[in-house]
Design a protein around this ligand. Structure first.
Ligand code: ZN
Length: 132
């Protein structure tokens, strides 16, 4: 059993294509400068359709986290325990990632994280986090 894979849409294809190049994109509204993530067709603050993509420097801090001890499906069984975190990127948006390669006890609110890209079961590169 493979893990579920993202399904790129018209709004997200540019984001996923950037992940394949180890780049993390986010959107900024050209009208009101609102920063948003995940990718959408319009600004969630002012509803303008004029958005631009920017590239993140990949640094952030843990806003919150949890450790998963019971795999949600058999595909995740070999991974437990694993850490899922909400990470505040330095550019002003928040995203959920797995924190890889660490003792779950080492993850704490405010910990510095770097976004890295790892190939998933289905062959797509996905953004993940590592403690720095
Ligand atoms: Zn806006």
């Amino acid at each position: 059993m493979n893990k579920p894979q993202p399904l790129p849409t018209a709004e997200t294809r540019e984001f996923w294509d950037a992940c394949a190049r180890d780049e993390l994109l986010y959107q900024v509204c050209k009208r009101c400068a609102h920063v948003q993530f995940y990718p959408r067709r319009h600004c969630t603050a002012c509803h303008a359709m004029e958005l631009e993509w920017r590239r993140s420097a990949l640094g952030g801090t843990v806003y919150s986290h949890t450790t998963v001890h019971r795999a949600p499906t058999l595909a995740f069984k070999a991974d437990v325990p694993y850490v899922i975190a909400l990470v505040d990127l330095d550019e002003g948006f928040r995203m959920m990632v797995n924190i890889l390669g660490c003792d779950p006890a080492d993850v704490h609110i405010g910990a510095h994280v770097r976004i890295v890209f790892r190939v998933s079961d289905g062959g797509m590169k996905l953004p993940q986090g590592e403690l720095v």
